[in-house]
Design a protein around this ligand. Structure first.
Ligand code: GLV
Length: 327
């Protein structure tokens, strides 16, 4: 019997390709070409499964043009590149890659917070540029992390990981806002206090964004929200581009309406708003919060397990639209 065909849209660990090849006819993109939508549609012809990253958009146009598609497995916890309602309507299963990246991503949220608060990249650029000719008592003074108020917007697994690092490791006062309040047990584990979004903006010394992107979180942090923050506050975005209005943030950083920002995600990435590149008080990284080899391998393996589980036994591990299973 012929094996189902699967398209792997981006380059991935060879061992993941090998695992997939045991079950499927694989067309892979180890050259890591970035496809246009038309090319992606062409590649998906005759494929039962697709292995994607957050760079590939799976929407109604793609689904309508690829009627053989049964599952799209995203190697990311975020899945705003999927139109899940359109997938469900067409009986296509979507899966994401949660849990395996939680601690690594929370580590990175903290790395970005600390680099931002203590002006690590800004001072390194100064040193590399040969500008360090004498020490001065106030050079690159930043803000304290220990004992400060840590605000978290979006208190899922990654948000909770950041809260625990802040509360237990750095003695921070942790406040959070989320669509729904955590249980008393989880709040106690995280030593976190639920507050309104307005109070979060007004109180946080370091505000970390970890909420999913959707139409309702688009520009959740714009000019009005930035104006409510302390002028000494730092903003960290490890969630998704589009949650922050990058133009408004660049203006707030330029005018020192907030102290600094640390950004791993951007509107329209891999493009970065040119005004963000002009301000010194921002730490910029290219969407790497989950980038350690063991974690990226675990994410790749989970996406592969979803394809194998669903296409060989009808049993995906982390379905986003499980209603497709009973259609
Ligand atoms: C990365 O941004 C992810 O969603 O996994």
């Amino acid at each position: 019997m012929s094996k189902p065909s699967v398209f792997v849209a981006r380059a991935i660990f060879p061992e993941v390709i090998e695992r997939l090849s045991a079950h499927f006819d694989i067309e892979s993109n180890q050259a890591d070409t970035v496809w246009t939508k038309a090319q992606l549609i062409e590649k998906l012809q005759g494929k039962a499964g697709a292995f994607t990253t957050s760079s590939e958009r799976i929407d109604e146009e793609v689904l309508a043009a690829c009627p053989g598609l049964k599952i799209v497995a995203n190697m990311a916890v975020g899945y705003n590149n999927f139109d899940v309602a359109a997938m469900t309507a067409r009986g296509v299963l979507g899966t994401n890659a949660p849990d395996v990246l939680t601690e690594t991503t929370a580590d990175f949220g903290f790395a970005l917070l600390m680099a931002t608060a203590r002006r690590v990249t800004e001072s390194e650029h100064y040193l590399r540029a040969g500008q360090w000719t004498k020490w001065n008592y106030e050079m690159f003074s930043g803000s304290d992390v220990h004992g400060a108020t840590l605000g978290i917007l979006g208190m899922g697994r990654i948000g909770q990981g950041i809260a625990k690092r802040g509360a237990h490791g750095f003695g921070m006062n942790v406040i959070y806002h989320n669509r729904s309040r955590l249980s008393a047990d989880l709040e106690a584990d995280c030593k976190a206090r639920y507050v309104s979004k307005d109070e979060l903006l007004a109180q946080a010394d370091h505000l970390v964004l970890v909420l999913p992107y959707s139409a309702s979180s688009h520009h959740a942090i714009g000019a009005a929200e930035l104006a409510r923050m302390k002028p000494t506050a730092n903003l960290i975005n490890i969630a998704r581009g589009g949650i922050v209005d990058d133009a408004a943030l660049a203006a707030a950083l330029r005018d020192r309406r907030i102290a600094a920002a640390g950004l791993d995600v951007f509107e329209g990435e891999p493009s970065v708003h040119p005004d963000l590149l002009k301000v010194p008080n921002v730490v910029l990284t290219p969407h790497i919060a989950s980038a350690t080899v063991p974690t990226r391998l675990a994410m790749g393996n989970l996406a592969a397990d979803n394809l194998i589980g669903y296409l060989t036994q009808g049993k995906p591990l982390t379905p986003l639209n499980p209603e497709v299973l009973s259609q």
